[in-house]
Design a protein around this ligand. Structure first.
Ligand SMILES: *Cc1c(COP(=O)(O)O)cnc(C)c1O
Length: 475
């Protein structure tokens, strides 16, 4: 082999590595974006009470508020929309979705809901009685709300590393087995209706949990007869991390990893708006016949009949197709690859964010970004506002505002993590968009010293982060 051939092969190899996360699809339809001036953004942000949830989408250039329901559907999914069977009862699309969930995740029974929180409501109301205790690997806003609303006390049993934005632990979503065992001893197994395990852990920065850890949770809880319910919203992204980081799983398809993972649980709540690549929908799935009967009955009160649960037939069809598309290894690599690309750019400039990079978002560390601000000056909310002013990029707060107040004492929860989340919608933005995002964050970082923080001027009673209003602090 000549030197020349050798070299070009070598370069080709590098090229393949460098492009290893490139998208395994191309663009067939586009949606124009609206650019705004700084003056327009100042006005829009003031009208929105400095809360990015209250901005109008037309005033946003790159929308990284959330990866929830913001997915781009494929040509197959849009074709599936035409197969919607909109019968009130017994829609074909329901049976297709039921079969898909059974095959891909493995649980027996399916109750469809309008989105994830609908499923959380059904699960909480069915299993929780006043005085119950529900352990979880960090809280999620709507999940904890429904648990507390049904009368439970929530207990965070995630490992300590999860609360440290600098820890490089590969599975920061893991349950701390000692904390869980101590809780079981303290309150008694009969007062714990289930353990709630999220994969990945959104509030910790999209951090995965390992197969070994879930297996260990299973061993402990089955000795006490306590079921495990997953928050399986991003369990497929979790499966990719297991493939990449956990011994014994390299080269195993994420389909198989997902099935094994779910086999250590009794069921799950699901937000179809994340992994399953659709814009709306959700479900509760379980192996427990009694829970199924109860939830299938309750669903008619809150969501709709048990064969649509608030979704149109066409939406169930699109979700069934989306679940299978999301289980493609190349797709999942490109999904997480794009998030890591953004992280790599920010890393170059020394911008503080949660590491390792998780599955669905970059979480900027607002405490380190604005060390001169107190947590009561809402550093993460402030950074979201600044980033919008800078370039029309919309992000969201995941810190003291999202954490809300203690259900009993009324005191503010003061989470260690004070984060601004740049959430990447699936199959929506390009690498050039990620460059713009990184440059805009850098511009905010460069003038961080001049930033003064916010005060809250309106606080809603439930899940306040969605609708709270703020004003800038001066001096
Ligand atoms: C989005 C989300 C939910 C709630 O789902 P919705 O579809 O928004 O109601 C629950 N858990 C996690 C981890 C989520 O990210």
């Amino acid at each position: 082999m000549s030197n020349h051939t050798h070299q070009s092969l070598h370069t080709m190899g590098q090229q393949q590595d460098r492009r290893s996360w490139a998208e395994p699809y191309r663009i067939k339809m586009v949606e124009p974006l609206h650019m705004t001036t700084r003056e327009e953004r100042e006005q829009a942000l003031a009208e929105a009470g400095f809360n990015t949830f209250l901005l109008r989408s037309r005033d946003v250039y790159i929308d990284l508020l959330t990866d929830s329901g913001t997915n781009a559907m494929s040509d197959r999914q849009w074709a599936g929309i035409m197969l919607g069977d909109e019968a009130y009862a017994g829609s074909e699309n329901f049976y297709r979705l039921e079969e898909t969930v059974r095959e891909c995740y493995g649980w027996k029974y399916l109750v469809p809901t309008h989105q994830g929180r609908g499923a959380e409501n059904l699960l909480s109301q069915s299993l929780i009685t006043p005085g119950s205790h529900v352990p979880g690997n960090m809280y999620f806003t709507t999940t904890r709300f429904h648990q507390e609303h049904a009368g439970a006390t929530f207990h965070d049993v995630i490992i300590d590393e999860a609360h440290d934005s600098h820890s490089l632990h590969p599975f920061k979503g893991n349950v701390d087995i000692d904390k869980l065992a101590a809780l079981i001893d303290e309150v008694g197994a009969d007062r714990i209706p289930y353990v709630c395990v999220a994969a990945t852990v959104n509030m910790a920065g999209g951090q995965p949990i390992s197969m070994a850890n879930l297996r260990a949770v299973r061993e402990l809880t089955s000795r006490h007869g306590i079921p495990i319910y997953l928050d399986a919203t991003r369990a497929m992204e979790n499966a990719l991390f297991i493939q990449e980081r956990e011994e014994g799983y390299a080269g195993e398809p994420i389909t198989d990893i997902l099935r094994e993972f779910c086999s250590y649980s009794d069921g799950a709540t699901m937000s179809g708006k994340k992994d399953p690549l659709v814009n709306i929908g959700g479900w509760l799935s379980t192996n427990d016949r009694d829970l199924y009967e109860e939830a299938r009955n309750l669903v008619v009160v809150y969501e709709g009949l048990h064969t649509y649960g608030g979704m149109a037939g066409r939406d169930m069809e699109a979700m069934a197709i989306g679940i299978r598309e999301a289980l493609d290894d190349d797709y999942m690599k490109s999904r997480v690859g794009q998030v890591r690309y953004l992280g790599m750019l920010l890393e170059q400039w020394g911008i503080p964010f949660v590491k390792p990079v998780g599955g669905h978002a970059i979480f900027l560390d607002a405490r380190d970004f604005y060390p001169h601000l107190d947590q009561d000056q809402y550093p993460a909310q402030t950074l979201a506002a600044e980033l919008y002013l800078e370039s029309g990029i919309r992000s969201m707060e995941r810190g003291i505002v999202s954490a809300g107040r203690d259900a009993v004492t009324g005191e503010n929860h003061r989470p260690k993590l004070e984060l601004t989340r740049l959430t990447i919608p699936r199959r929506v933005y390009t690498q050039a968009h990620m460059d713009v995002v990184a440059e805009s964050v850098k511009a905010c970082f460069d003038h961080r010293d001049s930033v003064r923080g916010l005060k809250m001027v309106y606080e809603p009673r439930y899940l306040r982060f969605f609708q709270a209003r703020f004003e800038p602090l001066t001096a």
